[in-house]
Design a protein around this ligand. Structure first.
Ligand SMILES: Nc1ncnc2c1ncn2[C@@H]1O[C@H](COP(=O)(O)OP(=O)(O)OP(=O)(O)O)[C@@H](O)[C@H]1O
Ligand SMILES: [Mg+2]
Length: 560
């Protein structure tokens, strides 16, 4: 379809939707939307609209609780709020109802269109479930629980091994000439070999002990292994199974196998090798292998070459927030967010795309959700103590104590934002220079560099609030960045006119549909915009807009 026709279609769609949702005039009499402002920039000078009442209710914990079922005290409060709602100008309530309906409709349209592209990276169905099918190249990373290698597998279903790069000695040696030449063509896969020192050597024991690593595995990833253990995954693992998301790693194959002697093993991790490969090694002979896409670098490696410009930095933080929001919605906490556990690739325009990886410390329990009972110090609170949110780091075990992880990862994103935007993570380092998440005061947080947008700075400060109740959720924080990056006209400095916001949403929707139609969906920004529309929620959006307006109202008063 030609560009002109696509633009015409998008514009027509926008007009039709706008008329429907705003209840506007007939087709040939387009008129400006009614001038109503829901979010005054300064503290409200007039009685708050229904939206603000609902937000107040949300902050009081009344959100999504049917009034009839409220306990006595909140119930009285709820009734008062309800009465307030009833006394309000009907037009404002109607405007709000339409805006909420618009959000729902847009969400309904984009939700099914937002499926991540299936990328099997050349792995053909029913193949790639055993280690022998892969050629393993050089080491690309190592952590506390495993080593990661570049890998490739024959793309043809018949598996022509002659076309696969071969190592000269089949062991730790370098590639031979043919192998080196073919390796240059690229290793699209990465294989993580877990170190197994406590899971025994049975497939079932290994899968159960290392089940957290499998949380981001695709539905098909384990099909080879289930033949061996003959049990449905859910019963075996008791862990949540993440739906795919562009900012979360996808494990495309997972299987157990004998531990091989891979390049650098005897130097990099001799102690965890089995005794058959190293007489003094304490590892078991069998372990878990995870196959993923091979990403060009980690966030740490990316940032070691310099910081991105502030706008790209905001896009990167937004991707982390989107990833965390996806986890929270599914009741999963990563608990080990750090720049080594974030992988980076680049879209055709060179914009960095971020993917959260390494779920080895995650909380993904089917029964517990995000609330972890903490009866004793023996309970594992997750990895990376420096980036442990205050409510987790300061928890003291005891009968009935529960740690709520619903805002823990988003706090870590706040700390990572310092690494992305420039001055370095304030929670890293030895001695007096570093802040301690258990005891820091919010005023001690260092200023972010001047080029960062003021609302990005405000948002990071909010993410690092000690009190999780005062911290925005990942969804609201992501919405703040969406509005800040792309919603300039919708959220003006002087206020927040609801019809203008809806009109902006419609323009975004039309643009996203056109981009899809024209095949431009591979860019990081267009993917983010589509994801935003697919998870649109009216109240979360309003909460974000209210935050933005309050910052703009206080920090940058509109000129007289
Ligand atoms: N899919 C991948 N593509 C490219 N490099 C990767 C990939 N997965 C992991 N790596 C590299 O390997 C390193 C270790 O991987 P990973 O974090 O999964 O291991 P780990 O042992 O669980 O780490 P940790 O010490 O954080 O527990 C990463 O920091 C990264 O450098
Ligand atoms: Mg790691």
């Amino acid at each position: 379809m030609g560009l002109r026709r696509a633009l015409g279609l998008g514009a027509r769609l926008g007009r039709v939707l706008l008329r429907g949702w705003l209840g506007g005039p007939p087709h040939h009499h387009p008129a400006a939307p009614p001038p109503a402002s829901c979010f005054p920039a300064a503290p409200p000078a007039r009685p708050p609209g229904p939206l603000l009442l609902r937000l107040a209710a949300a902050r009081l914990g009344l959100r999504s609780v049917p009034l009839g079922r409220l306990p006595p005290a909140p119930r009285r409060l709820g009734l008062a709020l309800g009465l307030g709602l009833a006394l309000l100008e009907p037009a404002a309530a109607e405007e709000e109802r339409r805006a909420a309906a618009a959000c729902r409709d847009i969400q309904t349209i984009f939700h099914p269109r937002n499926k991540p592209q299936k990328d099997t990276l050349g792995l053909v169905a029913r193949r790639g479930f055993s280690l022998e099918e892969y050629f393993i190249g050089q080491s690309i990373g190592k952590g506390c629980s495993g080593a990661v290698y570049e890998a490739v597998t024959p793309a043809t279903p018949t598996g022509n091994r002659d076309r696969v790069p071969k190592r000269r000695d089949g062991g730790e040696g370098a590639l031979d000439a043919q192998g080196a030449a073919e390796a240059e063509e690229g290793f699209p896969l990465a294989i993580k070999m877990m170190w197994n020192i406590s899971a025994g050597s049975s497939s079932e024991g290994i899968l159960t002990t290392m089940s957290q690593e499998l949380v981001p595995a695709s539905g098909r990833a384990l099909s080879g292994e289930f033949g061996a253990v003959a049990r449905p995954r859910k019963l075996l693992l008791g862990k949540k199974w993440l739906k795919p998301h562009p900012n979360i790693i996808r494990v495309i194959r997972a299987f157990t196998s004998q531990v091989p002697l891979l390049p650098g093993a005897t130097v990099d991790y001799p102690d965890v090798l089995p005794s058959t490969l190293n007489p003094s090694g304490i590892g078991h002979s069998r372990t878990l292998f995870l196959v993923m896409k091979n990403y060009p670098c980690t966030l740490r490696q990316f940032l070691s070459k310099g910081n991105p410009d502030p706008r790209v930095g905001a896009v990167m933080i937004l991707q982390l927030l989107e990833g965390v929001d996806h986890l929270v919605r599914q009741g999963v906490a990563h608990r080990d967010l750090k720049s080594d556990n974030i992988l980076v690739e680049f879209d055709p325009a060179g914009c960095p795309g971020l993917v959260i990886t390494d779920f080895g410390c995650c909380l993904a329990d089917e029964r517990l959700g995000l609330e972890l009972p903490f009866p004793s110090w023996y309970v594992d609170r997750g990895g990376n103590t420096c980036l442990m949110a205050p409510e987790v780091a300061t928890a003291v075990p005891g009968p009935g104590v529960v740690i709520d992880y619903s805002k823990a990862d988003v706090w870590a994103v706040g700390a990572l934002a310092y690494e992305i935007l420039g001055p370095g993570n304030p929670f890293y380092g030895q001695g007096g220079a570093a802040l301690d998440s258990r005891s820091y005061r919010e005023e001690e947080l260092p200023p972010l560099p001047a080029p960062a947008a003021p609302e990005v700075k405000e948002l990071v400060a909010r993410l690092l609030r000690r009190n999780p109740a005062k911290r925005p959720s990942a969804r609201v924080a992501a919405n703040v960045l969406h509005l800040s990056l792309w919603g300039e006209a919708a959220v003006g400095r002087a206020g927040f006119p609801l019809p203008q916001l809806v009109a902006w949403l419609l323009r975004q929707s039309a643009a996203a549909l056109m981009t899809e139609r024209l095949g431009g969906t591979r860019g990081v920004e267009s993917r983010l915009k589509r994801g935003f529309l697919a998870s649109l929620d009216y109240e979360d959006l309003c909460e974000a807009a209210a935050l933005l307006c309050s910052w703009r109202g206080t920090a940058w008063p509109a000129p007289q």
